[in-house]
Design a protein around this ligand. Structure first.
Ligand code: FRU
Length: 479
């Protein structure tokens, strides 16, 4: 039976400047790298329906991290080592060749979706468009004997003339952990051992998905997506979390000595982030702009899922900051507002625009106000999203009328407050105080939002609003 790729039937929720597949389902970003003048990103992709299914690797490239051109599907499952899926993985460039290292997912023939084996595989390309799977796959065939079947999401990097892979896994006591492998040729791999371990399911999870270990501003940082961390009052409220540990990787021991886990984004819709190092030395992260338990109303329109804006990571003052990459400014078109606003009763900021960037700055020491609210409202259905700030607690609360559970961003003590919001048809990416905290959300309105600001006392804001470029999903790059 030949399958036909699913087609879009309605573009009402399609995003204007975020990367999506042409149609079908996507989840994690994969293989984020720079090769022969282009940034490349791949993603977990099911082209035949708007549901998760046998995973392919969708592919796009860009000159500037912002305008993406969709390329042919890079990896298709179905070979003996990846018969039921090409799961998440990463990329490395060596000798004019782009290598992908990915997990093969294979089900046993007992019809039980929880009974599978996972292995690690290699594919390569010289032109960055067509990929060949290595004929001696798998390159890492089985997990260590003290592991469960959860053994996936290789992240590859080079250090001191050797290649390393960090793998997400679970030990037999059902705790998440990170495994380290070493190679000199990307084909034969030596197992070095587990290098970090979850302390308990409640604190650090039962399985670590999508690990990414890198050096930044004098520290080694592990970004990973643990499953199973227990919810706390204002944190860890999604089904699974994406966050980071800061520490030091000792290649000799080998061991990653690290501190506590910190959540990376406070929104309902952020997961499985991956990073790369740009040619000019920036560490840039992209995440999945959705989350497993979120409803995805776009599925009835023939698609589901998108990737976040690329975010530059900076580690300072014992904290990991995320800022939209500088290239994001190239999306700015007309400046819709640039002024000082005195707000008390509800004040309209912008109306009837699906792609905008809103920047607000204020001095928290110069007001007696207790809170303010930025509200996004569908002018006809009155569906809404509210972002409320409480000055006394220095706490943002995000509420969506389509969800019963709020999300929270606790800021450090501050005098100046900065709020930067990227609105795109059905997504919001909110950067608070220079990326100290972020909130990533999907939202589903039938009409472009009315965006307003309200406060309980007169409050002075600096406000700049830009209309942003609405791209086609398939940007053509002129060679
Ligand atoms: C994370 C994840 C990965 C896996 C992939 C499968 O979202 O579960 O661990 O490789 O998705 O699509």
């Amino acid at each position: 039976m030949t399958q036909n790729p699913i087609q879009l039937t309605n573009s009402r929720y399609r995003l204007g400047y975020h990367l999506m597949a042409p149609a079908g389902w996507i989840n994690d970003p994969n293989g984020f790298c720079y090769f022969k003048g282009y940034y490349h990103i791949f993603y977990q992709y099911h082209p035949y329906s708007a549901e998760w299914g046998p995973m392919h690797w969708g592919h796009a490239r860009s000159k500037d991290l912002i305008h993406w051109q969709t390329l042919p599907t890079a990896l298709i499952p179905g070979d003996s080592e990846d018969k039921d899926g090409c799961f998440s993985g990463s990329a490395i460039v060596k000798d004019d060749t782009l290598y992908l290292i990915y997990t093969g997912n294979n089900y046993y023939d007992d019809g039980d979706p929880d009974h599978y084996w996972q292995n690690q595989n290699l594919a390569y390309s010289q032109d960055g468009i067509h990929f060949t799977k290595y004929d001696k796959n798998p390159i890492i065939a089985t997990p260590p004997t003290d592991n469960t079947q959860n053994f996936r999401d290789p992240k590859v990097w080079e250090h001191d003339g050797h290649y390393y892979v960090a793998l997400g896994s679970q030990d037999q006591a059902k705790l998440g952990r990170l495994l380290l492998y070493k190679s000199d040729n990307l084909k034969q791999w030596q197992y070095l051992g587990p290098i970090a371990h979850s302390q308990s399911v409640e604190q650090e999870g039962y399985m670590w998905e999508c690990p990414d270990l890198f050096h930044l501003n004098g520290q080694d940082i592990l970004v990973t997506s643990p499953q199973g961390i227990a919810a706390q009052e204002h944190q860890y409220l999604n089904l699974h979390q994406t966050g980071y540990f800061v520490g030091e990787l000792d290649y000799q021991a080998p061991k990653f000595k690290r501190g506590d886990f910190h959540e990376l984004d406070q929104g309902h819709d952020f997961y499985a982030a991956q990073t790369m190092l740009t040619p000019d030395g920036r560490r840039v992260l992209i995440g999945w702009l959705n989350m497993w338990e979120s409803e995805m109303p776009e599925q009835v329109d023939g698609w589901a899922g998108a990737l976040t804006l690329p975010r530059e990571l900076i580690y300072q003052n014992n904290h990991l900051y995320q800022m939209p990459v500088a290239e994001t400014k190239s999306l700015r078109q007309q400046k819709l507002r640039d002024e000082q606003l005195m707000v008390q009763s509800e004040t309209e900021l912008v109306n009837n625009q699906s792609q905008v960037e809103i920047n607000l700055q204020l001095d928290s020491t110069k007001t007696t106000a207790q809170h303010f609210v930025v509200q996004f409202t569908d002018p006809q259905t009155h569906a809404n999203v509210q972002l409320e700030y409480d000055f006394a607690q220095q706490l943002f609360t995000l509420k969506r009328s389509d969800r019963s559970d709020a999300r929270f961003a606790q800021l450090r003590p501050n005098e100046k407050l900065q709020v930067q919001i990227f609105v795109d048809t059905s997504s919001l990416e909110i950067f608070l105080n220079q990326g100290e905290s972020t909130i990533t959300e999907r939202y589903y309105f039938d009409h472009a939002p009315q965006i307003s600001l309200t406060s309980d006392q007169a409050l002075a804001f600096n406000c700049q609003i830009y209309q942003l470029e609405k791209q086609s999903n398939n940007y053509q790059i002129n060679e």
